[in-house]
Design a protein around this ligand. Structure first.
Ligand code: ZN
Length: 193
């Protein structure tokens, strides 16, 4: 027996149950190269006190790519995410970063795994190649758990964090500079391939 049966993508014609989709991708993302990490690993005040972060925070792989932030994300994205996390906590909702900055190699690994597991073109609806991925640029965050992702769907646009794809409830990018409101989310990431 193989595991392909229960990992097969949903048949066309109906939308996948959202929680099932989130679970499947969370497993995929978490299983690839140890990309997932909890935000509890981050120094909570790093965004407010860069000096302290520089002095005391342990180095992370992300810092090699983008100095000055604990996550390696674009500084504004990190600042907004931490603000969102505090606002969610005030609502008693957990909100963690499950995947942020990825190297091109890590992103390619996700692509390869998704294609192997889901086939083409289904994989293209979920994972972008490195040259198109906002994660590789430090400009996207994947959040969890499910409760937190749905909280951020509701409140993110007011906090400058925009849902980007309707099939990825966990994925958010910065409100574009100069934009008054988040753009309409795209159905999935396949448009960019
Ligand atoms: Zn993402």
């Amino acid at each position: 027996m193989t595991t392909t049966t229960d990992l097969r993508p949903p048949r066309t014609g109906h939308r996948a149950p959202r929680r099932a989709g989130l679970g499947a991708l969370a497993v995929l993302l978490a299983g690839a190269a140890g990309l997932a990490y909890g935000l509890t690993d981050l120094p909570g005040s790093a965004a407010d006190d860069p000096g302290r972060a520089a002095a005391g925070a342990p180095p992370s792989p992300a810092e090699a790519s983008r100095e000055g932030t604990a996550t390696g994300l674009h500084p504004e994205l990190e600042r907004r995410f931490l603000a969102a996390q505090r606002a969610a906590a005030a609502d008693d909702v957990p909100l963690t970063l499950t995947s942020g900055l990825r190297t091109a190699a890590e992103q390619q690994e996700l692509v390869d795994e998704a294609v192997a597991r889901y086939g083409v073109p289904e994989a293209y609806r979920w994972v972008l190649p490195p040259e198109h991925s906002a994660h590789v640029q430090g400009l996207a965050v994947d959040v969890g758990p499910t409760e937190g992702a749905y909280w951020l769907q509701q409140h993110g646009p007011d906090l400058g964090l925009c849902p980007t794809y309707t099939n990825e409830v966990w994925h958010f990018e910065l409100l574009p500079e100069g934009a008054a409101a988040c753009p309409e989310p795209r159905p999935d990431s396949s448009w960019a391939w």
